[in-house]
Design a protein around this ligand. Structure first.
Ligand SMILES: Cc1cc2nc3c(=O)[nH]c(=O)nc-3n(C[C@H](O)[C@H](O)[C@H](O)COP(=O)(O)OP(=O)(O)OC[C@H]3O[C@@H](n4cnc5c(N)ncnc54)[C@H](O)[C@@H]3O)c2cc1C
Length: 379
């Protein structure tokens, strides 16, 4: 087994790999929610299991996600677990008052699934152009509009939804709400098959005069952009931890293939070019692990996610690009088998490429990085 990264996480990752393996094997090929529940029943969505304090909860959760990936769980399940844990549960716990979080804490048992609904058909990279509106009505709000391309929307029970509560592009024009998707006036719109992470359902939520109580508001009215900064900083910092298991499995099986395949009268791995590709894959995985666990350690040390926004963006760009690079090398070394489902060597290039797009497109994040260095560049 290839090793890299902080030692404490390695033991946890190994323990999770062994713990998750039977559940992964028993539910393989079953529907998404069955696979999800089997892992949640093992505690995969728990944020603070009793009995251990070191390393901190974010590191432990990251190790769980990595171990589950190493156990062979479908990358879509790994992504969905990481997305709910790091993009929703942790930021909600940091944002909601204690009582409101306690009322929601049951999401950790997996029976209530969350989705994060920001994107609209005409508002992707530019959330301040969104059309979904929440208008005040007595004590509560009335919601109209639609959120599209939302991971897990077709199977989620609760949605975090961003909506306009004021006109224009003011940083206080948006608000965030959390409510059940079976609220009257909320319906499931189109669902989407996708080439990246195809096992995780993606869909659209449509709001037609949906009445929300004031308690559905997350934070204050007008604080939607601040809530979004928190959820996206968390996502950028650690959500790509989902890729660590699939990356390591791809590296292992490619190294085994290169070590045994024979041509030109010798084993393929005797070629320096082949060996260099394997080394580059190991470098990509090492860089990704070190950065993701470093972010987890910073969050565990109590650094607010928003203070980590710049480093989280760098981590997200770097891991997404290393995931693509590693998958390209695997595809090149697999030859024709890289394109034959069932060969055991097919490399998924769509899912790594998708990591460039969600949680802020890498091109846009680069603009923010350059701005940190004083360049007068804007999105
Ligand atoms: C697998 C997957 C899961 C997703 N899950 C969710 C989810 O759960 N919830 C959710 O709300 N959304 C989700 N999304 C949607 C995602 O957040 C959006 O796709 C993303 O915000 C980009 O929006 P867009 O696709 O409309 O692209 P656009 O905004 O149309 O941008 C297209 C491209 O234009 C380029 N571009 C645009 N503006 C600039 C600029 N200023 N500088 C440089 N380049 C620029 C970029 O290359 C960009 O990719 C998911 C997407 C994927 C792929």
């Amino acid at each position: 087994m290839l090793r890299s990264g902080p030692a404490p996480a390695e033991e946890l990752v190994d323990a999770w790999r062994e713990r998750a393996r039977p559940a992964v094997e028993q539910t393989e090929g079953k529907d998404f929610r069955t696979q999800w529940q089997a892992l949640a029943d093992l505690g995969a969505l728990r944020m603070d299991p009793p009995g251990s304090e070191h390393p901190g909860p974010v590191t432990r959760a990251l190790a769980a996600v990595e171990g589950i990936g190493l156990a062979g769980a479908d990358p879509g399940i790994c992504y969905a677990l990481a997305s709910q844990l790091f993009g929703m549960q942790f930021p909600l716990r940091a944002t909601l008052p204690e009582q409101a979080w306690q009322a929601l804490a049951h999401v950790q048992d997996g029976r209530t699934m969350l989705c994060h609904a920001l994107t609209e058909r005409t508002a992707g990279s530019d959330p301040l152009s969104m059309d979904t509106r929440a208008r005040r009505d007595g004590d509560g709000y009335v919601l109209d509009g639609a959120k599209t391309f939302i991971t897990a929307a077709p199977i989620a029970d609760l949605a975090i939804v961003f909506a306009r509560t004021a006109e224009g592009r003011s940083p206080f024009a948006l608000s965030a709400f959390l409510f059940p998707v079976d609220t009257p006036g909320v319906s499931l719109g189109e669902t989407f098959d996708k080439t990246a992470l195809p096992t995780v359902p993606m869909g659209e939520l449509v709001f037609d005069g949906a009445r929300l109580p004031a308690t559905a508001l997350i934070g204050e009215e007008g604080s939607g952009l601040a809530v979004m900064s928190s959820t996206t900083a968390w996502e950028r910092a650690v959500v790509l931890g989902y890729a660590l298991g699939p990356m390591r499995r791809t590296l292992q099986r490619t190294a085994e293939w290169a070590g045994t395949r024979e041509h030109f009268g010798r084993r393929m791995g005797a070629s320096h070019q082949v060996a260099a590709r394997i080394s580059d894959m190991a470098l990509a995985l090492h860089r990704s692990r070190v950065q993701l666990y470093a972010m987890a350690a910073r969050l565990d040390a109590g650094t607010p996610a928003r203070q980590l926004a710049a480093e989280a963006a760098l981590t997200k760009i770097s891991v997404a690009e290393d995931y693509v690079r590693l998958s390209e090398h695997a595809t090149a070394l697999a030859g024709v088998r890289g394109f034959l489902p069932g060969s055991g060597l097919t490399a998924d290039l769509h899912s790594p490429m998708a990591a460039h797009v969600y949680a802020g497109h890498n091109d846009l994040l680069r603009v923010g990085v350059a701005r940190q260095f004083g360049l007068p560049v804007e999105n």
